[in-house]
Design a protein around this ligand. Structure first.
Ligand code: SF4
Ligand code: SF4
Length: 385
C-alpha cells in the first residue's frame, strides 16, 4: 500500500498511497466534510491534528502530508471524533491505520519504539522485568487462577509495576476478599493486553499478544476476566474477537457486588468527590453509572460532576500511546484538575490507571498539591469497608 516515504521523523512527510483499501475500510467517501470530528478533537489545536483533512486528502488525492511526531502521535484514541460524526464514521480507526504505515516505515518516536520493544521482550511497556510483575501482591495472599478461581483478576502492566498504582490493585484485591469473591491472578504468566499496541498501530505485535494471551487463558479455562484498566477491558471485550470469556471493568463488578449485598461500606468518608469519566470506559463502552454507584454507596460522600461529564468528558491525554510521547502545549489533565479544584472537590476519583498518572502529574504541575487528591474508585471503596 505504501509506495513512498520520507526518512526524517522531525519534518513533514508526504505519503503517496493506493487509497482504495483505506477508502473502503473507513467509508471515506461517505464523509460530508462537516468538520465535527476535528471540531470535537481535544488535541486538534494543540497538535495541529486535522483528522477531517487527513481523510479528505487520502480519498481525494491518495496522498497525505503530515508532521509525524506532533500530528500523528498526538491522537489519544479517545474516540470523540467517532461519537460526534453524523455519518457514523470512525476517524480515529482510520488514523490508527495511518500509524500502522508509519510504524512499518520506522516513522516512530524513540520513546514509543522503546515501549513496543519492552512489550515484546518483557510483556510490559515500562521496561520492567517479568519477574517483578507480582511485586504488588508480595504482602497479600492472592491465589493463582489455576487454583480453582472463578474470576481472573487481570492486573495489567501499570497496576502491576507502578509504585503508586499498585495501591489500586491492592485495594481492589481487598474489596474482592471482603466480598468473598473467588478470584485468582496469572502472576508472572500475565502479559501486556495489547490495547496501547493496537492504538499505536503495531498490528503484528498486537496479533502476537492476542495469540499468547489466549493460549494462557485457554490453558486455565478462563471464563470471566476483570480489569481495573478500561483499556484492558476494552481490548478484551472489543478487539480480541473471542467468545470463550467475558470481560468486565472493576466498576461493573464492584457495582454488582454492592447490589448483591456482598460489599457494604460502613465507614463514613466526609468528602466532596468529583468523578472523571475515562474515554475507554465511557465514550467507548457506555459505562457511566456503575463507577458513580460505587462512589455514591459510600456514606458521607458528596458526588460532584464536571460540566463536561459522561460522553462529553474531556480526555486526560493518556491513551493511544500518549503515555510514551509528550506533545508540547497545555495538558488536558491540567484543565481537568483546575476544574475539579474550582468546584470545590477534595478528591478527583478516577477508574483508569492512565487517568490516575496524568491527573497526579497535573496536580503537581498546576500547584494544587495538598488541595486535591487523586483516588481510584476501588481505593475509595476499600477505605470505607
Ligand atoms: S480519537 Fe480523540 S484525539 Fe484522536 S482524532 Fe479522534 S477526537 Fe482527536
Ligand atoms: S465528522 Fe464524520 S462526516 Fe464530518 S468531517 Fe468528520 S468524518 Fe467527515
Amino acid at each position: 500500500m505504501l509506495l513512498k516515504s520520507c526518512s526524517s521523523l522531525s519534518t513533514k512527510v508526504t505519503w503517496k498511497m493506493n487509497p482504495q483499501e483505506l477508502v473502503e475500510k473507513h467509508k471515506l467517501l461517505e464523509c460530508i466534510q462537516c468538520g465535527m470530528c476535528t471540531g470535537s478533537c481535544p488535541v486538534a489545536k494543540k497538535a495541529n491534528l486535522n483528522i477531517r483533512r487527513y481523510m479528505r486528502e487520502v480519498s481525494a488525492s491518495g496522498r497525505l502530508t503530515i508532521h509525524p511526531p506532533n500530528e500523528l502521535w498526538s491522537c489519544t484514541t479517545c474516540s470523540t471524533c467517532g461519537i460526534r460524526c453524523p455519518k457514523d464514521l470512525n476517524p480515529y480507526e482510520f488514523l490508527i491505520d495511518i500509524r500502522s504505515m508509519a510504524v512499518e516505515e520506522g516513522q516512530i518516536a524513540p520513546t514509543l519504539r522503546d515501549a513496543l520493544e519492552s512489550i515484546f521482550k518483557n510483556g510490559n511497556p515500562w521496561g520492567r522485568i517479568r519477574g517483578k510483575r507480582t511485586e504488588w501482591s508480595q504482602d497479600l495472599k492472592v491465589k493463582h487462577v489455576s487454583q480453582g478461581a472463578e474470576v481472573l483478576y487481570y492486573v495489567g502492566c501499570t497496576l502491576a509495576y507502578d509504585p503508586r498504582i499498585q495501591n489500586v490493585a491492592k485495594s481492589l484485591a481487598a474489596c474482592f476478599e471482603k466480598a468473598q469473591l473467588n478470584f485468582g491472578v496469572l502472576g508472572e504468566e500475565e502479559n501486556c493486553c495489547g490495547s496501547e499496541v493496537y492504538g499505536m498501530g503495531e498490528k503484528g505485535l498486537f496479533d502476537f499478544l492476542v495469540e499468547e494471551n489466549m493460549k494462557v487463558f485457554n490453558k486455565y479455562g478462563v471464563k470471566q476476566v476483570v480489569t481495573n484498566c478500561p483499556h484492558g477491558f476494552n481490548v478484551f471485550k472489543n478487539r480480541y474477537n473471542q467468545t470463550s470469556f467475558e470481560a468486565q471493568h472493576h466498576s461493573q463488578l464492584l457495582a454488582k457486588l454492592i447490589d448483591e449485598n456482598r460489599l457494604n461500606p460502613s465507614k463514613e468518608l466526609n468528602k466532596k468527590v468529583i468523578y472523571h469519566d475515562p474515554c475507554y470506559l465511557g465514550k467507548q463502552n457506555n459505562i457511566y453509572d456503575e463507577p458513580r454507584k460505587v462512589i455514591e454507596t459510600i456514606k458521607g460522600i458528596t458526588l460532584l460532576e464536571f460540566d463536561r461529564s459522561r460522553s462529553r468528558s474531556l480526555c486526560c491525554e493518556g491513551g493511544g500511546g500518549r503515555m510514551w510521547v509528550d506533545i508540547p502545549g497545555p495538558r488536558l489533565a491540567e484543565i481537568r484538575v483546575k476544574e475539579a479544584v474550582e468546584v470545590g472537590a477534595e478528591i478527583l476519583a478516577v477508574a483508569c490507571p492512565f487517568c490516575m498518572l496524568t491527573m497526579e502529574d497535573a496536580v503537581k504541575t498546576t500547584g494544587n498539591e495538598g488541595k486535591i487528591q487523586i483516588m481510584d474508585i476501588a481505593e475509595l471503596l476499600a477505605l470505607a469497608l
